[in-house]
Design a protein around this ligand. Structure first.
Ligand code: EPZ
Length: 422
């Protein structure tokens, strides 16, 4: 397994290009199953999760080719000859469960392995299933697989999610595009990736209103046609790299960065003493003074502070002036980066969903273990500001969500290299 060696780097300066959003692409790709005509996605990120989704769609009979060095995904689901999403693919990536709604809508049946838990939590699918059952699907669990069928087709319905689940909103919205009649999803997730999916489905001929608000209305149509759609900018990659000059000093411009994607995060950065300015090409970020101030953070569904930036923000708080409390409200076990940061000299106390961080003047480099995608990049950020060397192990987690991470960090002067593992 490869590792990444980071040395305490001085102030960072330069530009970092931001890629298309992993979490948008992972729901846009299954949308191809809804139409017999080709779907082309541009600005696709080059990530291992995208390769996994490609494998899954190909196993169902879709044709997927990635062009222009992976930045374009050409997908065609002219004939789907398999409706079973196997455990060995689904267990690698939870987002595989996003083929459930499209397969049900297209074929009237689907067999999808339950993804199982992951490092950050149990990740159940009850909200997905209740929503699809409200559309008329019959779903039962057998041998770890969800067996779903809609013998009489799907029928529009009015429903309310007990939690604004991103994946459930996506699965239900995709299925509802081909249901008979009108579907209303109340307490729907409002993430930019939901808006991006709705934009793409609308280009394919779907009738969707209200994406980005808590009430989404979908008028079912008989069929969807092909389309070409650019994947929206990755707000989590953006927020992650914005923290590099915040933690290490200097001034960095994030190419393609958009304020509207990360409002609550930028407000917190401002409170902590980080200046964010809109430029022609994106967002420019630098620290106001030479010490960051501790701020409290509570993760919430969009437009609140994103849970996917909590680990990275904790790294920044480890060297802030004062004490900050991070309250993780979305996942039940998303502080696994804390013990690793403590190995670097951070002062963190975790009690259930709360972490209290007392800032120290300087972290000390150490060998640390990446446990999940966002935890791994928070350790790199900490390493940038630490004295000495930090060796981050198990960086396969990183490759899932951050393309060319060493190149992007070193491009602004970070001392970072990838070490090939055994
Ligand atoms: C999406 O996961 C993202 N993944 C996650 O990003 C992100 O953290 C999450 O949304 C929240 O923003 C993709 O888009 C591929 P949820 P998803 O359904 O859809 C509970 C990353 O790092 N829940 O909004 O799975 C669930 O257990 C990843 O890129 C149920 O209880 O998130 C969790 O506690 C990590 N029942 C909470 O809701 C359900 O049926 C949020 O889940 C569904 C979810």
């Amino acid at each position: 397994m490869d590792s990444i060696l980071v040395k305490g780097s001085g102030p960072l300066n330069g530009q970092i290009p931001i890629a298309g959003a992993k979490n948008a692409c992972l729901t846009l790709m299954p949308a191809t199953l809804l139409s017999e005509e080709p779907l082309t996605l541009t600005n696709a990120p080059r990530l291992s999760d995208i390769k996994t989704m490609t494998e899954l769609l190909q196993s169902l009979g879709a044709e997927v080719s990635s062009l222009q060095d992976g930045q374009v995904q050409a997908l065609s689901s002219h004939n789907i000859d398999n409706h079973v999403a196997d455990y060995d693919i689904v267990r690698k990536m939870r987002a595989s469960n996003l083929v459930l709604g499209p397969l049900l809508a297209r074929l009237g049946q689907a067999v999808v392995s339950l993804p199982g838990g992951c490092a950050i939590g149990a990740r159940p699918m009850d909200l997905h299933l209740h929503g699809l059952e409200a559309l008329g699907a019959e779903i039962e669990l057998k041998d770890g697989y969800l067996h779903a069928k809609a013998p009489r087709g799907l029928k529009g319905a009015v429903m309310e999610l007990s939690f604004a689940s991103v994946g459930a909103t996506e699965n239900i919205m995709m299925a509802a595009t081909l249901a008979k009649g009108t579907t209303v999803i109340k307490n729907a997730a409002r993430e930019p990736e939901i808006v991006d999916l709705a934009d793409c489905l609308t280009k394919m001929g779907a009738h969707i209103e209200g994406a980005g608000t808590s009430a989404i209305t979908i008028e079912g149509v008989d069929r969807l046609h092909g389309a070409t759609h650019p994947v929206v900018t990755d707000r989590i990659e953006l927020g992650t790299y914005m923290l590099a000059p915040a933690i290490a000093g200097g001034e960095v411009e994030l190419l393609g960065g958009r304020l509207d994607l990360i409002g609550a995060f930028v407000e917190k950065l401002d409170e902590a003493g980080v200046e964010v300015t809109e430029t022609e090409a994106g967002l420019r970020v630098k620290r106001r003074g030479d010490r960051i101030k501790a701020v409290d953070v509570t993760t919430e569904p969009f437009p609140g502070f994103p849970t996917d930036l909590q680990a990275q923000m904790m790294a920044l708080m480890c060297t802030a002036q004062g004490t900050s409390v991070l309250d993780e409200k979305i996942f039940e076990n998303r502080f696994m980066h804390a013990p690793e940061l403590i190995r670097m000299g951070a002062q963190i106390e975790v009690h259930g969903g709360h972490a209290t961080v007392t800032g120290v003047d300087r972290l000390k480099g150490a060998p640390v273990m990446a446990t999940d995608l966002r935890a791994s990049v928070s350790l790199i950020l900490a390493g940038l500001a630490a004295e000495g060397e930090t060796l981050v192990n198990r960086v396969y987690h990183l490759d899932r969500g951050y393309e060319q991470v060493v190149r992007k960090f070193s491009g602004v002067g970070a001392q970072i290299e990838r070490i090939k593992g055994g």
